[in-house]
Each structure stands twice: as C-alpha cells, then as structure tokens.
Design a protein around this ligand. Sequence first.
Ligand code: TYD
Ligand code: MG
Length: 452
Amino acid sequence: MSKAGPSFTCTACGASHRKWQGRCEACGAWNSIIEEAPLSAGPKALGGRGKAMALSDLSGTEAPPPRAGSGMEELDRVLGGGLVPASAILVGGDPGIGKSTLLLQAVASFARKGLPCLYISGEEASAQVRMRAQRLGLADAPVRLGAETNLRDILTTLDAERPALAVIDSIQTMWLDTVEAAPGSVSQVRAAAHELVTFAKRRGVAVILVGHVTKEGQIAGPRVVEHMVDTVLYFEGERGHQFRILRAVKNRFGPADEIGVFEMTGGGLREVTNPSALFLSERGQSTPGSAVFAGIEGTRPVLTEIQALVAPSPLGTPRRTVVGLDSGRLSTILAVLEARCGIPFAGLDVFLNVAGGMRVTEPAADLAVAAALLSAREDVAIPAETVLFGEISLSGALRPVGQTENRLKEAAKLGFSQAIAPSRSRLAEVEGMTVREMPDLTAFTGEIFGAG
Ligand code: TYD
Ligand code: MG
C-alpha cells in the first residue's frame, strides 16, 4: 500500500525522494528538489480481467522504418538517416544555444521536401517566429505555425491537422489543465511529454520536443523526459564560440554518439560538412602543447586539436583545468605519466582544452592528451604533420583502438603524413601516411621527447 502524501522530486533528473534534502543523491544536483502534490488519479486496483494480448514470436522479417530526409545532412545523419514517422525526439540544450533556430530551419527543410509540418511555439508569439523565419530566408516554406501553451488545444489542433511532424518549443512551457502544478514543474513536464509521445505513436505524427537545460530551481530539465522518447539529441556549444554540435545520446532508430556540426552565423545555422578542417582552422604552426587527435564521432572521423599549458603553480594544490574532456581522464593520464614514466606534474598547473568547443569522449584520445601534456611540459613541439590515437592503460601500455583506417584516411585527407599509434593496431595501408607504432608510453616519451 502506498501512502498518498506529498512527494519530493528532483527537477534535474526526476528522481523521487521521501523527504526534502539539499542535494539529490541520484544526480548530485544541489537545491533541485521540490515538493510536488501527489498525482490525483492513481491506478485503481487491478480487480477486473483485462483483454488477452496478441503475442508473436521473434522470427519474421520487418522492413526498416521508412525515413524522411530533411536535406540538412548533418541533422539527418544524427537522426540515424532521416526522420522516422511517429517517432518522438527530444532536443535539449542550454537556453540561447540555438535550438529554436535549428528546429525552425529543420521544419522548413522538411516542409520544402513535401512533409506536412507544424511548429508550435510556447515561448514566442507567432509574429516573432515569423520575423525570425524571414531573417533566415524561410518565409516561403509551407510550415503551419501556432503559438500556444495549452496542451489540450494543441492536441486538438494536431488531431485535426494530422501533420507528419510537429515541433513543440518548448516542453517546459506546455501545461495540462488536468495536472495541478505550475507549468515547468516536473509533473507538468512529465505529463505533457507523456501525452505528446502517446499521441505521436497513436496518430502517426512525429514530434520533436525542445527542452531547456536548467541549472537549478523550479523548472524541470529535459532529463526528466529522456526515457519517454525514442531519440535524445543535445545541442551543445561554447558561449562566444560559433560552433554548435548536435549529439545523439540515445537513438532507438540509429547509432548513438553520432554528431552533426553547425556554425551559427548571422543568417542562422550553417552545416559544417568537414568538421576536421574547421576544428583545425585556428591551428597555426606547430607550437609546444598542441597535439592533433584522430578521433571517431559516431560513424565519422573527426580530427581535433588538444591543447595543453603547463606552468609552475603558486598554489599548494596545483590547478587542473579541463575544457572538452573528462577531468577524471586527465588525472589518470597524469598519474600514469608520473608512476610509469617518472615524469612528475606535482607543483605544476595543468590546463587542457579541446580547440573549437568540441567535447571528446573517446578513450582513444589518451595518447594525444599525453602528447600535448608532455609537449607543453618539455616545451618541445610535436611535428606539425603528425596525428595521434591510442588508449593508455594503467600499466602505461598503449592499447589499440578501432576504426584505424578511417582515422588514417581522414588525416591523410587533411594533409597529415605521419601517425603515432599503439603497437598491434590492425593498420591498413593508407596512401601518404606512415605509422609509427609504440608499445607503451615510456617508448613514446623516449622517442618523441627524449624524456623519461
Ligand atoms: P535561439 O534559437 O533562440 O536559442 P534557444 O532556442 O536555444 O534558446 O538562438 C538564440 C541565439 O542565436 C541568439 O543569441 C541569437 C543567435 N542567432 C544568430 O546568431 N543568428 C541567427 O540567424 C539567429 C536566428 C539567432
Ligand atoms: Mg528557443
């Protein structure tokens, strides 16, 4: 028997707690727990008999879902090859990062391809959206536009219009009159998302929900609805940087980890079809502290520059500042360099950065990170025509990584001629590339920097 009392919910991750506390144990967020009224209509006891379900077995062939392409290649690829009918997609991101711009451009592209599309804004008046569309040169696209926050009216409209795609901008502004909570609260956001996702499945309308990432406070974040949708995309970028990355973190209809790269310009988002060239564009002559990592993002190779700065620290506990990489990974690599290669970083401030606002999550970046750190510490530049990849184990050995051929080909395409890779990598011959294989970090430091 569950007691119907007040419940406490984390607005960041949606976890429920029995009592209020300052910090959510589930996600670690501070000050994110609020009290919510219990749901009025709980499930009744399952006294009656239900209907027997129709069951099937696992055999049989199913055609892959038909997909609609938008013509925006970066978007279509992140979706797994286009939009799947009746799918529910969440696009999360910081306020002001460009979600509304991206989705207005996306619906316009889908609509121009003949897909009936509806764009519903709960944040801006129709006139504002029209002004933006004009500025983006999309005014002629056959998109139906509405400004509304009442979900009952929205669902009625969707039911009458039956578009193939509806964009809801944003889920945090939507409210249901059946839920007694403020718009933006966890229960409203959850209930609204549930209604929209069920509607999508039942009526065959694909929906894209926009969700603002919230730092704290009374507004529920997009994580609260992640589990309800088929696809979760995050739109990321550094403030003051023009690059934007659309990243699939969950996709029932395609690979996760796929990225699409865009550039924010005065005329909206421009697709970046060759991100490697873009990420390396700020790179001048080879300077100490810079290493080029030949990475893979989803199905595509992407080269990024890892930059390190190492300087004597005035502090008792030296600084470790990381942008675009996991800070735990940096600590591990520093520890391996110290313990296995005898190269200490104690008493030194370390700053590490991935150029261009990119975020690198692959362990294959370890070797490039170590190279940038050593290059900065020894003040020796890594030869400009060199890329690196390889995972570092705690023993200091270099572990081979996958997709070496793609990495090498991309490097060759961008004018690199040498790669440093772990021994036993299954390497393909790539024209114009010579590969130096290293068994471990000690061999690497000895050969490249004469250190260790
Ligand atoms: P917006 O799409 O409104 O962000 P979100 O919906 O994620 O909150 O984008 C807002 C920012 O984008 C705003 O600061 C201005 C900038 N922007 C451009 O630089 N160029 C453009 O063409 C547009 C439409 C917006
Ligand atoms: Mg917006």
